[in-house]
Design a protein around this ligand. Structure first.
Ligand code: FPP
Length: 215
């Protein structure tokens, strides 16, 4: 969800206001995606690299995650199930504070019965950390002495149920791939837009979804 900072700067606002607008827009994007029959929406909320941002900004982004995970009524009204991917709380390196852990667990429990879109939030997530861990787990499960397989890596990802990605959305004019779902995006389409995340709207969603069926 790139470009919250730039969105705020253009308006002479502090970066934190951009993140607040980004969280509001995420709630709207989630609603629109649910009406478009998107089965799985995965968003990069906070990366393993984001912890070095100024403490006040980190604190603000964490509070926005708490707000997002607290939108239970809206999520239930739209039949949306929450999931999370990131460094497991009880493993070395995990940095998720206890209040976010609780908010995540509560949201997962309170939306577990929903059967519509799955909204997966990546928090304290990095694809390299995920893949290293998957390889280590796959190796530990090996009894045969054979090499580990692609399927065994997939089985040991944070969320093995997450299907291969159809389309990656990259906002705010960024043209690079970052540390996000590197295993899962093999073969996926990429939708690039100049729009900053708070301005990413239904029209943009429809343009991105058109790529799914394009050649
Ligand atoms: C990127 O904008 C956004 C983030 C680092 C993550 C924070 C995202 C939100 C708060 C949106 C709401 C999402 C959740 C899950 C609560 P940036 O800071 O990189 O902006 P810039 O590229 O313009 O500097």
């Amino acid at each position: 969800m790139d470009g919250n900072g730039r969105w705020a700067k253009r308006r002479g606002l502090p970066r934190t206001e951009g993140h607040t607008a980004g969280e509001n827009n995420l709630a709207e994007v989630v609603r629109v995606c649910a009406t478009r029959n998107v089965g799985w929406l995965t968003v990069f909320g906070f990366s393993t690299e984001n912890w070095v941002r100024p403490p006040a900004e980190v604190k603000h982004i964490l509070s926005l995650h708490k707000r997002l995970f607290g939108r239970i009524e809206e999520l239930n009204a739209n039949n949306i199930r929450i999931q999370w991917i990131g460094r497991p709380f009880d493993e070395p390196g995990s940095k998720t504070p206890a209040f976010i852990q609780r908010a995540i667990q509560q949201a997962i429990d309170d939306t577990a019965h929903n059967t519509g879109m799955v909204l997966t939030v990546a928090f304290d997530y990095g694809s390299r950390a995920e893949l290293l861990r998957a390889a280590q787990h796959a190796r530990a499960q090996q009894h045969s002495g054979l090499d580990i397989t692609s399927q065994e890596i997939t089985n040991n990802l944070y969320s093995p149920e997450l299907p291969p990605v159809d389309v990656v959305v990259r906002t705010s004019g960024e043209s690079r791939i970052s540390n996000f779902l590197l295993w899962q995006i093999m073969g996926s389409k990429v939708y690039f837009t100049e729009r900053t995340w708070p301005d990413f709207d239904a029209h943009e969603i429809d343009n991105a979804l058109k790529l799914v069926h394009a050649n």
